[in-house]
Design a protein around this ligand. Structure first.
Ligand SMILES: Cc1cc2nc3c(=O)[nH]c(=O)nc-3n(C[C@H](O)[C@H](O)[C@H](O)COP(=O)(O)OP(=O)(O)OC[C@H]3O[C@@H](n4cnc5c(N)ncnc54)[C@H](O)[C@@H]3O)c2cc1C
Length: 385
């Protein structure tokens, strides 16, 4: 991008998704202007857990999360300590025999699809995670799942030298998509050949009718307890909680940070946009966690916060051209709606967007994530995330 020349693409949003897309487009030689109203990784990306996890509720969720996790593992050797990438693996804990049976089915399905994972009996679970309570039935371990500190990974992606060029503008709020580019709150317009909308939940303010809804989540971080927890541990019931479409649900989910701190989740709530920490929801979440980790109430909590996952009706992100007529710029693209998997799936999303914009083939089928599917969504679709 030469000084004063039009960028090929203006990316709205420098969260993990926008950053990954900008990186990928620039890696293909394009000039990219990123605008963010705040700063890099300050939206939902700053609020999440950064668990890089293969999820398999649907074939499309599996395809994108498994491929994306692979891309993270390939990127990992280039990341620095500050990105806190750790291949800690996921332990899925089964409370009873019924969950154990479900875990066996899941383990088989994942293994058949090439994901390393194995079953743990009760003794092996206890050996893997001694802080879990006695009496759990066992579980499943997925050793290649990992964690990353997403805000700093986003900054890294934007800063890498690539074939093209990325220019980052913070304090630049997009207020409208126009025929030739993006109008900013200061009245100026960033003209570009294409517009990529990657500003998470706030995309609804730019493209009316975009069906994204917020799913509120609480997290809590503790003091340092090195070695107390070794893997990211989730209860198998987490999947049910994650895919619930109404009400409030909680599930045990704990992540060991490289500092020795524990990040504890998770909750899901609909119909609220109030970011306040809700003591009743937090208490319910921690009670649930204590049922799996009885020593948890004795730990020193440092801080709790909330974030809003950008959810779609069918639980899959919107990756591809905006619906015809929904934008005045004829080359408008979407990379939004990643719900509770946006850190995991950012790299795959970026590859899919670049492939579509450049007319190239992608290693996975882009069809399940195309915004065009919204035209055929019905009310019976099961929301998840
Ligand atoms: C509690 C919680 C736990 C989670 N845990 C995980 C997890 O373990 N693993 C995982 O994979 N995912 C997790 N997620 C989900 C993940 O964090 C999100 O899917 C992801 O961060 C979405 O990234 P994004 O880039 O799409 O959006 P955002 O991070 O919200 O980025 C959007 C950016 O756009 C900017 N912006 C907004 N409007 C404008 C505008 N008009 N003009 C300019 N800029 C604008 C914002 O400032 C922001 O920087 C979790 C989420 C929550 C809330």
């Amino acid at each position: 991008m030469t000084q004063g020349a039009l960028p090929d693409v203006v990316v709205i949003g420098a969260g993990i998704v926008g950053a990954a897309c900008a990186h990928e487009l620039a890696a293909h030689g394009l000039s990219v202007q990123v605008v963010d109203r705040a700063g890099i990784g300050t939206g939902t990306t700053a609020a999440g857990m950064g668990h890089l996890v293969v999820m398999d509720d649907t074939p499309a969720e599996f395809a994108l999360s498994a491929w994306s996790r692979q891309l993270w593992l390939a990127l990992a050797p280039r990341l620095l300590a500050k990105h806190a990438f750790v291949r800690c693996g996921t332990v899925w804990a089964a409370a009873d025999e019924e969950e154990m049976a479900a875990a066996r089915v899941r383990q088989h399905a994942l293994q058949v699809q090439g994901i390393a994972c194995s079953m743990l009996d009760a003794a092996q679970l206890h050996e893997a995670e001694p802080a879990l309570r006695e009496g759990l039935a066992g579980g499943m371990i997925v050793p290649d799942d990992a964690v990353v500190y997403a805000p700093s990974a986003a900054a890294w992606l934007l800063a890498q030298p690539v074939a093209g060029r990325i220019e980052m503008r913070a304090d630049a709020q997009a207020v409208a998509i126009e025929r030739h580019g993006v109008r900013l709150a200061d009245g100026t317009t960033v003209a570009a050949g294409a517009v990529l909308v990657a500003n998470g939940l706030d995309a609804t303010a730019l493209l009316a009718g975009l069906p994204l809804v917020p799913k509120k989540g609480h997290l809590l971080i503790t003091d340092r307890y090195p070695g107390l927890v070794r893997h990211q541990i989730l209860e198998l019931g987490y999947i049910k909680s994650a895919h619930q479409s109404s009400g409030t649900s909680v599930a045990f989910n704990v992540q060991p940070r490289p500092t020795g701190q524990l990040l504890i989740g998770s909750s899901r709530q609909f119909d609220t946009t109030d970011p306040a920490v809700e003591p009743a929801v937090l208490a319910r979440m921690l009670r649930r966690a204590s049922q799996f980790m009885p020593g948890l109430p004795a730990l020193n909590a440092l801080r709790a916060w909330t974030g809003f996952r950008p959810a779609t009706q069918d639980g899959l992100p919107l990756i591809g051209p905006a619906l015809p007529g929904s934008s005045s710029h004829r080359s408008t693209w979407l990379a939004v709606g990643h719900e509770g998997l946006g850190v995991t799936t950012a790299l795959g999303t970026a590859r899919l967007i670049a492939a579509q914009m450049l007319g190239q083939a992608a290693p996975i089928d882009a069809a399940p994530y195309l915004p065009a599917r919204l035209g055929s969504l019905d009310n019976e679709s099961a929301p998840h995330g």
